[in-house]
Design a protein around this ligand. Structure first.
Ligand SMILES: O=P(O)(O)OC[C@H]1O[C@@H](O)[C@H](O)[C@@H](O)[C@@H]1O
Length: 278
């Protein structure tokens, strides 16, 4: 483990013995770089992103909690991505390097804590080895009152070209988008070249993302749903923290728990994702 910086943000880099490495900024508990052991950067981060703690990082893996998007009265996509986490522990296990980060109610700025007055502890564990990455997010209700929450890992994967990327594992899965009716995906493979913003519910199994000669397998547990998002040309142009052409170079596939779960006092929820390139 070494301390580093990413832009102006303090960060922690972990390295496995085989060369796989990951960098996480304390701001957001945000995984900003994942290099598999072959040295390839697997995550996208916008060259126009703020990297000074003034707003969420556009890229990597933002942690979404306790609200997804605008589905609630709180901050868009929640406060976890703009709060400052702490490094709790690091280590090695079976050739993997890991680091665990923690965020509690006490770490939040007063106004945010007042607007969401629940006692909680979030843990994010990041582990890398060879061609794989494991992310564990846990939510612990440390207070005496139940609270509802949604959560997601808003991963931005680096791809060669949007129109050529292929997502598998979504056939016959129900999704919602901006149209009024939910639908079932007919195609075996999802392929698109401009804006797409869908929430797929109750995934039956693993997903795959094929880009160029690489195939990524995505497995998730605890997170029941997955969001597939790319802003497309028009929305990308309206995002000040994304360069106009960059939408072609990433795809967000986000393990998510969209319908708020009610977490009882003392209870804990864990969501896991395992990613592996083949
Ligand atoms: O610009 P933000 O807040 O990071 O959100 C980016 C996107 O995040 C996705 O998860 C949502 O489905 C999109 O609707 C949204 O536009």
């Amino acid at each position: 483990m070494s301390n580093s910086t990413f832009g102006l943000l303090p960060a922690v880099t972990i390295r496995a013995a085989d060369g796989a490495q990951a960098t996480v900024t304390l701001y957001g508990g945000h995984l900003v770089s994942w290099r598999s052991s072959d040295g390839q950067e697997r995550l996208f981060c916008s060259r126009a992103s703020s990297l000074d703690g003034s707003r969420a990082i556009r890229g990597g893996v933002p942690v979404i909690f306790p609200q997804f998007g605008a589905r609630g009265t709180g901050m868009r996509h929640g406060f976890a991505r703009v709060a400052t986490w702490q490094l709790e522990s690091t280590g090695d296990a079976d050739g993997a390097a890991w680091a665990q980060f923690v965020l509690t109610q006490a770490d939040l700025p007063e106004a945010i804590a007042a607007a969401w007055p629940y006692a909680f502890t979030l843990h994010l564990r990041v582990a890398v080895k060879a061609q794989s990455l494991e992310l564990h997010l846990s939510v612990h209700n440390t207070g005496e009152q139940a609270f509802p929450f949604s959560a997601a890992l808003h991963s931005y994967f680096a791809i060669d070209q949007l129109s050529e990327a292929r997502i598998g594992g979504l056939q016959r899965v129900r999704y919602s988008d901006e149209t009024p009716q939910d639908a079932l995906q007919a195609e075996e493979v999802l392929q698109f070249e401009d804006k797409l913003d869908r929430i797929y519910y109750q995934l039956p199994g693993a997903l795959s993302l094929q880009s160029g000669s690489h195939t990524l397998r995505l497995e998730q547990q605890g997170f029941t749903d997955a969001v597939v998002w790319n802003p497309g040309a028009q929305d990308a142009a309206a995002l000040s923290d994304l360069a106009d052409d960059e939408y072609q170079r990433f795809l967000c596939i986000e393990p998510a728990l969209i319908q708020p779960d009610l977490l009882a006092a003392g209870a804990e929820w864990t969501g896991r994702q395992r990613l592996e390139f083949t």
